[in-house]
Design a protein around this ligand. Structure first.
Ligand SMILES: Cc1ncc(COP(=O)(O)O)c(C=O)c1O
Length: 471
């Protein structure tokens, strides 16, 4: 089974097995095909969303989703805060709110952004339904079919369905352990200019990248911001993970370096509090923000008033940094466990990134292994990951995978990687039998030299293992 053949969950527009109906067949679709807009032909479903029906099964260890560990939030706190919202602001919580969001929530956002060194005014903010809605609003506002978006390669898999829905022409820039290779970005911009094309925006996750795990160096941040100003290009800085740092010193967000001139900022409460709240925000130049506001009106009128008041109450009654301190400690250990398990169970010729924060490690297997095919075998062993192709729009990433270490306990992390190692080693043995080469030993020393993987003719991410953090 490949990713395209997995049953569709309700969120991806199909029918879930849980709904008691069979999955949509090509024949079913044909009946409606004449009605669908042209843009639907290029629309891609999110790999993680597709897999949710499978990964939700209790026997499956999922390293696939972008899930934080929500069990860390004490249920009694949740109950107490909800009771307070009900007691103090019931009618308001149940009512529509302003599209731009509640002023009290914006005050909380100003505080969160200040914690990362950003100075923003409440009138420069728009509260959104998750950070995901920001990506959608940016595309809705800026992209006509065929317009160029520049992104990292790999890019956030959840942005792929959005870019494809708006028919953007996405150009992906290689990364290394210091994030997007800005010198290649500059070359690409020159090339595009010669073709008479200007990107509508540059999309980047500079800090603890999803899925690559790496962080853009300060030098590259400065260069990127300078480039944006010189060429008058907008940059969308997607920063859900900046506060989840496990080692090293924080780096200034692009938004802080640029002062909000050319950088549009995306923030979210999903990873520092809860994704179930579906609350994020954007900070953007005011004329752009006004367009986003109109775009949001057409999408959902406003984000959940109840959720917003819950966050306001949470900030009033608790120190929001306490949960963050706890999460950092928890995830730091899980990351170490994942690294140990990878060193123990994955074969020679595998490389992986060493993030200093965030939630993801990007592993690249020997290039004859296709992780989309491997996933089918892995699911039979009851373990899941995101295949690398989900992070590219052009089929690259075939031998890579994204592993989430934040939402999985240490025992499951170890067991999950053992199962992945089992199916990978089967593939390695099969390959060596077919080609008559020596099978690789199943354990790679932690300090072994990295083995770059390169797909013929493709610009492939040359991410290497690096000792002691990625900066
Ligand atoms: C890089 C990145 N951007 C945006 C999002 C969307 O998050 P949310 O809509 O939950 O705020 C995620 C979620 O995993 C992410 O990793």
């Amino acid at each position: 089974m490949t990713i395209d053949e997995t049953p569709r969950g309700p969120s991806s527009g199909g029918e879930s097995p849980g709904m008691g109906r069979s999955r949509t067949t090509a024949r079913d679709l044909e009946r409606y095909a004449g009605l669908f807009a042209r843009r639907t032909q290029g629309m891609k479903s999110s790999a993680m969303r597709d897999m949710m029906a499978i990964t939700a099964r209790p026997e499956v260890i999922s390293l696939a989703g972008g899930f934080p560990d929500t069990s860390t939030f004490p249920p009694e706190d949740l109950a107490a805060l909800m009771a307070r919202v009900a007691a103090d602001a019931s009618a308001r919580a149940l009512q529509y709110g302003p599209t731009e969001g509640l002023d009290e929530l914006k005050a909380c956002i100003v505080e969160v952004m200040a914690a990362e060194g950003m100075d923003v005014g409440a009138d420069e903010l728009l509260v959104t339904t998750g950070g995901q809605q920001v990506i959608d609003l940016v595309c809705k506002t800026l992209i006509d079919p065929g317009d160029v978006v520049v992104a990292e390669g790999p890019t956030y898999p959840g942005a792929v369905p959005t870019f494809s829905a708006y028919q953007a022409d996405v150009v992906q820039i290689e990364m290394d352990a210091d994030g997007m290779r800005v010198e290649l970005l500059e070359e690409t911009l020159d090339q595009l200019e010669r073709e008479g094309r200007t990107p509508k925006f540059i999309y980047t996750v500079p800090t603890f990248h999803n899925p690559a795990g790496v962080t853009m160096s300060l030098e590259r941040r400065r260069r990127l911001v300078r480039l944006a100003a010189e060429r008058e290009l907008l940059v969308l800085e997607d920063n859900p993970y900046g506060l989840l740092r496990y080692e090293g010193d924080p780096l200034p967000p692009l938004y802080a370096l640029d002062g909000g001139e050319y950088v549009i900022y995306l923030g979210t409460f999903s990873k520092i509090l809860s994704p179930g709240l579906r609350l994020g925000w954007t900070a953007a130049p005011r004329p752009v923000l006004e367009k986003f506001n109109v775009g949001k009106q057409g999408a959902d009128l406003c984000s959940s008033t109840f959720g917003q008041l819950f966050v306001v109450e949470y900030f009033a009654q608790r120190d929001w940094r306490d949960l963050l301190t706890h999460l950092r400690e928890l995830y730091r250990h899980r990351l170490a466990t994942l690294h140990d398990a990878l060193a123990e169970h994955l074969p020679q010729g595998t490389e992986w990134t060493r993030p200093a924060g965030g939630m993801f490690v990007w592993a690249t297997l020997p290039d004859y292994i296709d992780t989309s095919d491997l996933l089918a075998r892995a699911l039979r062993e009851h373990v899941a990951f995101v295949p690398g192709r989900a992070a590219f729009l052009d089929g690259r990433g075939g031998s890579s995978m994204r592993l989430n270490f934040a939402g999985v306990g240490e025992d499951d992390l170890h067991e999950g990687v053992r199962r992945i190692g089992k199916v990978v080693n089967e593939q390695v043995r099969l390959y060596s039998t077919l080609t008559g080469t020596d099978p690789a030993p199943s354990r790679q020393p932690r300090d072994a030299a990295p083995v770059p993987t390169q797909e013929p003719g493709a610009r492939v991410l040359p991410l290497r293992r690096r000792a002691g953090g990625e900066r």
